[in-house]
Design a protein around this ligand. Structure first.
Ligand SMILES: Cc1cc2nc3c(=O)[nH]c(=O)nc-3n(C[C@H](O)[C@H](O)[C@H](O)COP(=O)(O)O)c2cc1C
Length: 328
C-alpha cells in the first residue's frame, strides 16, 4: 500500500517536472522575441566572447555586453569590487573600463557567429561619442543597443547624462535616426524623478526602458578608517537594491503601461525575484551580481524552473500574462 502511495507521489512530481520542462516562457521586448525573460546584465562578466557565450549557453534568453565606449579606458584603482555578504550585495567602482569598440568588435562578431542573442551596451561622454560607437557597430547582426547613460556629460560640466532630460532626449533621438536596430535606454536610479528621464527617452524614440543601474554607495573599513574601494565611491548592486528596482518598474509601468516595454534589473537571485519584477510591470529582466559571483548554469536552471512552477500554480500560460499583474 505504502509503495503504491509513494509511486503515486513520484509520478505527480515527475508529471509537474515534465509539464514545467515543456512549458514555454518566451517573451517579447517590443519586436524582439527571446526564448525566456532572463538576460545577463551589462558589466558583470566583462567583454570576453567565451564568457558571454557561456552565460547564454547556460540558459539565458540573451546577453548584454559590458558597456563599450569610443576608446579604451583603464579601470579605477583596486579594490574595485567588494562583497557585502551580510546583505547579499556588491559595491563596485569598476566604472567604464573597456577596450574601446574597435577592439571589442571582434568579440561581438564571434558572439553573432555563435548565434548568441546579443545586445551591445554603449556609452559616450556626449552625443558625438555615442554616435561614433553606434556607427562603428550598427552593421552587426545584433539584437540591439542598450544605452548606458551613467557617463559624465562633458558638454554639461560632468553631471551624469542620465540625470539630464534634454541630453537624454537629444541623444536617443539622434541615435534613433541612425539605425533601425532597437535602442534600449538604461536608467540610473540616482535621480530625483525617474519618470521625467524615462519620458525624455520615450519621446526621443527608445524601444525599451531598462531600470535600474547601481545606486551611489560607499563602504568604510572601521580599522583603517578609510573607504574600502580604491576609488572610494562606488555603486551598490544585489539584494539590497531589489525593492528599489521593483518600485521603479512599478512606477514606470503606471506611467507608460503598454507604451514601452520595461526591463527590470536589480537584486535578482531567485525565480521569485523575477516574478516580482514581472508583476510590477517588466516583460523581461537582467541578472547581474548573482551571475557575477557564481557559475551561471545552476542559478539559471533553478530560476527558470521556479518561474515555470509559479506559472503552473497560478494558471498562467505566458510571461505576458504575468506582466503588470500587481496593477490589476
Ligand atoms: C562589477 C559590475 C560592473 C558593472 N558594469 C556595468 C556596465 O558596464 N554598464 C552598465 O550599464 N551597468 C553595469 N553594471 C550594473 C549592472 O548591469 C546592473 O544594472 C546592476 O548591477 C544591478 O543589477 P544586479 O543587482 O543584478 O547586479 C555593473 C555592475 C557590476 C556589479
Amino acid at each position: 500500500m505504502n509503495l503504491v502511495i509513494k509511486r503515486a507521489k513520484v509520478s505527480k512530481t515527475f508529471q509537474v517536472a515534465i509539464i514545467c520542462l515543456l512549458m514555454s516562457i518566451e517573451t517579447f521586448i517590443g519586436s524582439i522575441e527571446i526564448r525566456n525573460p532572463l538576460m545577463l546584465a551589462s558589466g558583470v562578466l566583462g567583454t570576453t566572447y567565451s564568457t558571454l557565450q557561456r552565460a547564454y549557453k547556460a540558459g539565458l534568453g540573451a546577453v548584454i555586453t559590458k558597456s563599450i565606449g569610443p576608446r579604451s579606458r583603464s579601470g579605477n584603482p583596486n579594490p574595485s569590487v567588494f562583497a557585502l555578504h551580510e546583505i547579499r550585495s556588491l559595491i563596485n567602482s569598476v566604472g567604464l573600463a573597456n577596450p574601446g569598440y574597435q577592439t571589442f568588435r571582434q568579440d561581438i562578431e564571434q558572439l553573432v557567429k555563435s548565434e548568441t542573442p546579443t545586445v551591445v551596451s554603449i556609452f559616450g561622454e556626449n552625443q558625438t561619442e555615442f554616435s561614433e560607437v553606434l556607427d562603428g557597430l550598427k552593421d552587426l547582426n545584433i539584437l540591439g543597443f542598450e544605452l548606458n547613460l551613467s557617463c559624465p556629460n562633458t558638454e554639461k560640466g560632468g553631471s551624469q547624462i542620465g540625470t539630464d532630460t534634454e541630453a537624454v532626449y537629444s541623444i536617443v533621438k539622434a541615435l534613433k535616426s541612425k539605425t533601425n536596430l532597437p535602442l534600449w535606454v538604461k536608467l540610473t536610479p540616482n535621480v530625483s524623478d525617474i519618470i521625467e528621464i524615462a519620458d525624455a527617452a520615450v519621446k526621443g524614440g527608445c524601444d525599451a526602458i531598462v531600470a535600474i543601474n547601481t545606486l551611489k554607495a560607499m563602504v568604510i573599513d572601521i580599522q583603517t578608517k578609510q573607504p574600502i574601494l580604491g576609488f572610494k565611491r562606488g555603486g551598490l548592486s544585489g539584494s539590497a537594491i531589489k525593492p528599489i528596482g521593483i518600485r521603479y518598474i512599478y512606477d514606470l509601468y503606471e506611467n507608460f503601461r503598454e507604451k514601452i516595454p520595461l526591463i527590470g534589473v536589480g537584486g535578482i537571485y531567485k525565480g521569485e525575484d523575477v516574478v516580482e519584477y514581472l508583476l510590477a510591470g517588466a516583460t523581461a529582466v537582467e541578472i547581474g551580481s548573482a551571475i557575477g559571483v557564481a557559475y551561471p548554469e545552476n542559478i539559471i536552471r533553478t530560476i527558470t524552473m521556479k518561474i515555470k512552477k509559479y506559472m503552473k500554480e497560478h494558471d498562467y500560460s505566458s510571461i505576458g500574462e504575468i506582466t503588470g499583474g500587481a496593477h490589476r
